[in-house]
Design a protein around this ligand. Structure first.
Ligand SMILES: Cc1cc2nc3c(=O)[nH]c(=O)nc-3n(C[C@H](O)[C@H](O)[C@H](O)COP(=O)(O)OP(=O)(O)OC[C@H]3O[C@@H](n4cnc5c(N)ncnc54)[C@H](O)[C@@H]3O)c2cc1C
Length: 365
């Protein structure tokens, strides 16, 4: 069976590993020089966003034999609003490195692939369709799906990030919601190590404010909140980062996987877990272990819930964020939230709260 995989990232490599497990050797085409040949950043995977799965990394390893080594487990998550600070504690999820780093998830996946990767590829999708029986589109964005009229873009974002040196607790990422500084956006800090972290802001492209001005204000706020003067050692900027979903996960002999499928949940921009799953599911379909359309149905639903969550977040005011964040550490709520968010629970909070958030969004809009 002749299978071409276009893109050696999270989804493409997960597909390749799975195909190889079932005896199919794919041909992988990667446009860059090497796997993960881009800026280094820190990301996270929170199990609460992937229900009914309780603990995503062991789940992937046990069920799909794909092994990933995170930076650390997240045992406390700090949420900053304009005037409040709240925490969620427990076994929440994991942090990891991406990009040009020896321990990045894509480097780890590459080591689990047996076949060679064709780097610096200029192979066009149309030609791949003619030359191969199946094509797995894993290029990391919705461009191809858009050109094929198969993609609904719900929002595009500007993302700016830096690597900072300072003092960090690797199991404690932070997130900020402060609409006075970052309207409708958010920011996060994820440590790479005890000495280095990634600090990033993301906001919808339709906010027409000066990026550098916004960044300056946010950076001062973080230094103040964490009581540190960081040293910046690296930076990156992305514009028009697409969040959307394809209409059909498979057309003829083409599978849309990872961000080409619509892996990024618009709520908080998590996409790694779905990227891995779509890669695996496309391989299952090729091998006749299920149909891609059926296997991806729960992922599509999850995307829709997450879109409601995005609108809900955008409709909140700083005062409302303060109210919710303050309540996170109130005794009874604290215990309940920690329990639901911990990987001992399989409760799908996003799904359960979607009707309420939808009502709130209708009221606000
Ligand atoms: C700054 C940032 C922070 C993020 N944080 C998180 C987070 O904390 N948690 C989370 O779960 N998700 C996060 N995400 C989202 C997550 O990174 C993506 O959803 C995931 O990497 C998508 O996987 P993929 O396989 O679709 O694409 P990628 O892993 O990006 O791989 C795509 C590959 O295709 C290659 N390619 C592109 N075009 C071609 C072509 N024409 N021919 C051949 N190869 C090609 C690229 O070079 C690349 O190697 C973040 C994204 C960004 C940008």
């Amino acid at each position: 069976m002749e299978v071409a995989i276009m893109g050696a990232g999270m989804s493409g490599l997960s597909c390749a590993i799975t195909l190889e497990k079932y005896g199919i050797t794919p041909t992988i085409f990667e446009k860059r020089n090497s796997v993960g040949d881009r800026f280094v950043n820190a990301e996270s995977m929170f199990s609460i966003l992937n229900r009914p799965v309780k603990d995503c990394i062991p789940y992937i390893s046990k069920n799909y034999h794909i092994d990933l080594r995170p930076i650390d487990k997240v045992d406390k998550f700090f949420i900053h609003s304009k005037n409040e600070l709240g925490t969620i504690a427990g076994k929440i999820g994991y942090t990891n490195v991406r990009g040009r780093h020896e321990s990045s998830y894509e480097s780890q996946l590459e080591k689990q692939v047996k076949c060679n990767i064709n780097f610096n590829s200029t192979y066009e999708y149309e030609k791949l369709c003619k030359d191969f029986e199946y094509v797995v589109l894993a290029t990391g964005d919705g461009e191809y799906a858009s050109h094929l009229g198969n993609y609904n873009c719900d929002l595009t974002c500007t993302i700016k990030g830096v690597t900072v040196q300072g003092e960090f607790v690797t199991s404690n990422p932070h997130v900020w919601f402060n609409y006075e500084i970052l309207p409708k956006g958010y920011a996060w800090l994820i440590p790479f190590s005890e000495k280095e972290a990634n600090l990033v802001i993301a906001y919808p492209d339709n906010i027409k404010l000066d990026l550098n001005d916004m960044w300056g204000k946010f950076y001062s706020l973080v230094c103040k909140n964490l009581d540190q003067n960081f040293k910046i050692t690296d930076n990156f900027e992305i514009t028009r980062y697409m969040m959307g979903i394809c209409n059909k996960p498979k057309i003829d002999n083409t599978y849309f996987v990872g961000n080409c499928f619509g892996a990024i949940s618009p709520g908080l921009g998590f996409g790694q877990y779905t990227s891995i799953l779509t890669g695996i599911y496309s391989a299952y379909d090729i091998f006749g272990l299920g149909t891609y359309e059926e296997l991806t149905k729960p992922l599509l639903k999850n995307y829709k819930h997450s879109l409601v969550f995005r609108r809900f977040l955008e409709n909140l005011t700083d005062n409302e964020f303060d109210f919710h964040v303050k309540n996170l550490d109130k005794k009874v709520i604290d215990k309940l939230i920690d329990k639901i968010c911990s990987n001992n629970s399989s409760l799908d909070l996003l799904k359960l709260t979607t009707p309420i958030m939808r009502l709130w969004n209708d009221y606000k809009e």
